[in-house]
Design a binder for this molecule. Structure first.
Ligand code: 13P
Length: 288
């Protein structure tokens, strides 16, 4: 199966009360580990690509070609969406052109009128190509690849305005933060989430900042309408820890332990573990 829009898998998740994970990719190892785990667990999956990660991988075209070819070469049968994460107005159009099957246009840093106007344009461009579109209201705290947010909790009425533009799923700030959560974090704002869900009805909601959210909060968020959960930092931490262990144990100095295919192996396996744990927690296992 080629790359698919994320609309169908998320509508199904919303109806079935589970969530599909978006796992951000950085390179070939990340992509391969996530795809193989999704296939093994028979779970739909969304590969997230920030503009920073796309630039690192030399551009949207490279990413799109690599992911499409890998899905084919590995014989992946579960639904896979290639999704632009926090796309700018220009980036959204470029990723669409390059063959991404799902786009997030993050207009949350504009005033609501400008967010509406630009989101509307991107919705039309995406839907003309059968590509799904995510928009954002409020903001996700912290920083991801240069995208900085204040953590402003979304206004349910503004969520409704954006939802009515025909977006396929909506990210709303509810006290979630990119990266590790600080010690004094007060948790997700479920009152806001409930109010947003009331306004937006059947529209799947997206929870960014999936790293480090306690299991019971994940369950409650899904119960209240979250159908897509984004995870980025946690895979990076798993990769880092496994790689550190390998080097600290001096494995890179033994025989051909310096071979990049060996050196990056433990990290790649650790990413699989991270993705597996999240898919089990989100309830997407066996839902492909
Ligand atoms: P984390 O890095 O906190 O997991 O957040 C990922 C994310 O929301 C991607 O947009």
């Amino acid at each position: 199966m080629g790359l698919v829009s994320a609309k169908e898998m998320l509508d199904k998740a919303k109806a079935g009360k589970y969530a599909v994970g978006q796992f951000n990719i950085n390179n070939l190892e990340w992509t391969k580990s996530i795809l193989l785990t999704a296939e093994e667990l028979k779970s739909p999956v969304i590969l997230g690509v920030s503009e920073g990660a796309a630039t690192y991988m030399t551009g949207f075209k490279t990413v799109s070609a690599m992911v499409s070819a890998m899905v084919d070469s590995l014989g992946i049968t579960v639904p896979v969406a290639l999704h632009l994460d926090h796309g700018s107005y220009k980036g959204a159009q470029e990723a669409l052109e390059a063959g991404f099957s799902s786009i997030m246009f993050d207009g949350s840093h504009y005033g609501i009128e400008e967010n509406i106007e630009k989101t509307k344009e991107i919705v039309a461009l995406c839907h003309a190509k059968g590509v799904s579109i995510e928009a954002e209201v409020g903001s996700i705290g912290g920083e991801e690849d240069g995208v900085v947010g204040t953590g402003e909790v979304a206004d349910p009425k503004e969520c409704k305005l954006i939802a009515d533009l025909g977006v396929d799923f909506l990210a709303a700030g509810i006290g979630n933060i990119h990266g590790k959560y600080p010690e004094n974090w007060t948790g997700l704002d479920f009152v806001a989430l409930e109010a947003i869900q009331k306004e937006t009805g059947a529209l799947p909601l997206v929870l960014h900042g999936g790293t480090g959210i306690p299991e019971e909060m994940i369950a409650k968020a899904i119960e209240l309408g979250v159908s897509k959960i984004n995870v980025n930092t946690e895979c990076q931490l798993y990769f880092q820890e496994a790689t550190r262990k390998y080097i600290e144990a001096g494995k890179d100095l033994e025989g051909k332990g310096f071979d990049p295919r060996k050196l990056l192996g433990p990290g790649a396996e650790a990413i699989k573990t991270c993705v597996k744990e999240k898919m089990e927690l989100f309830g997407s296992v066996g839902k492909a």
